[in-house]
Design a protein around this ligand. Structure first.
Ligand SMILES: *Cc1c(COP(=O)(O)O)cnc(C)c1O
Length: 355
């Protein structure tokens, strides 16, 4: 039986991505070679890399003056690469969770960091809204979706400073006004590809201003000039990313995907709010449509382990909440079919009837 994969990351990929990637492991682009053993400089792979960058630009409507690059090191390396390249004097950061605070820690190595607001004292259960960002900030950094806590900012913040965003877990889930951003980055392993590649969308004008020597590999300009081929890029994850990007375009683009995601999240949140055994863990208005966190209500606390076993029996994988939060987390990335969300809702209802 095919499992319902609710894992937070690495996570579910579309059937199309997995099938076409598996075929290319056997025979890539008619070369008679595996994608795992070809040169990154061969014309077939260069074409893959170019097409992937083009499709990212099409999907997100990336304006002229921006480059799309594929990097190593995960989103976590971007926590230091961003300030290394962009922070001259002062940057502003919003602290909405573990990933945001990891980014803050790295930025402090490069200059003054204003943490404009934090919901840490409340266990990161909401997105702070009343904050001021100094107009002379080099940029404002935020995490659009807090994968661990299940909160999300679904709009581009309306500020008079340049934006930088960690979109690791909600890129390609809605249209974004890229022109407001200096850098958008995302580890691929949530909505794009297997682990091993990081997508960055970089505004060319933002670079070259910080007056510090930047190691070659950590300088965005290196990778832009060499079109992500300065060193050997993660060939297989980029191939898989292209398959996912094709699928997104075949589905009809980000407005269609957003609608599908809103619908999937709604059926699960409605059940959490209705079912006497469960409750949500974050402020309703900040609920993420990607990572749905919930716990047993106090009255039924002792049913946590039995429900986990019941869901596993029904073929559900990856529902355990992050170790820092506990409870359950259902990650509903783009590739998650509505039928799997419905299967989880059905399991919650059946379990409720039994107790
Ligand atoms: C998963 C995740 C990260 C960490 O990504 P790595 O690629 O493991 O470094 C950072 N930020 C967010 C929002 C994430 O979901």
């Amino acid at each position: 039986m095919k499992k319902h994969n609710f894992s937070a990351g690495p996570s579910i990929l579309s059937e199309q991505t997995i099938k076409t990637s598996a075929a290319a492991v056997e025979n890539f682009a008619g070369t008679g070679l595996s994608i795992l053993e070809v040169s990154h400089r061969g014309k077939e792979f260069v074409a893959v890399c170019d097409e992937a960058r083009t499709r990212v630009k099409e999907l997100l409507d990336v304006p002229a003056g921006y480059d799309v690059i594929f990097l190593g090191g995960g989103a976590s390396l971007q926590f230091c690469m961003v300030p290394f390249n962009l922070l001259k004097q002062k940057a502003s950061y919003l602290d909405t969770g573990t990933w945001a605070s990891n980014a803050i820690k790295e930025a402090r190595l490069f200059g003054q960091v204003d943490v404009v607001a934090s919901s840490k004292d409340a266990g990161y259960t909401f997105i702070p809204k009343d904050y001021k960002v100094a107009a002379d900030s080099d940029y404002f950094h935020f995490t659009s979706n807090n994968t661990i806590y299940g909160t999300e900012m679904r709009n581009d913040p309306d500020l008079n400073v340049r934006l930088v965003c960690d979109m690791s877990s909600d890129i390609f889930t809605r249209p974004v006004d890229v022109s407001r951003y200096d850098i958008i980055y995302a580890g691929a392993q949530k909505n794009l590809a297997p682990a091993g590649v990081t997508l960055a969308i970089v505004r060319e004008d933002a670079l070259g201003r910080a007056e510090r020597p930047i190691p070659t590999m950590l300088d965005y300009r290196t990778h832009i000039r060499k079109e992500s081929m300065f060193n050997t890029p993660p060939v297989f994850p980029i191939f898989a990313a292209l398959q996912t990007l094709k699928w997104y375009q075949e589905l009809g683009g980000l407005r269609v995907i957003e609608k599908m995601n809103l619908d999937k999240a709604a059926i699960l949140y409605d059940e959490i709010d209705r079912n006497k055994l469960f409750r949500g863990t974050v402020a309703t208005e900040d609920r993420s449509i990607m990572n749905v966190c919930f716990v047993m209500t106090d009255e039924y606390k002792e049913l946590e382990a039995p429900f986990a076993a019941f869901a596993a029996e029904a073929g559900m994988v990856g529902l355990k909440g992050h170790r820092s939060v506990g409870g359950f987390r259902a990650s509903l990335y783009n590739a998650m079919p509505r039928s799997s969300v419905q299967a989880l809702v059905d399991a919650m209802q059946t379990f409720e009837k039994q107790h």
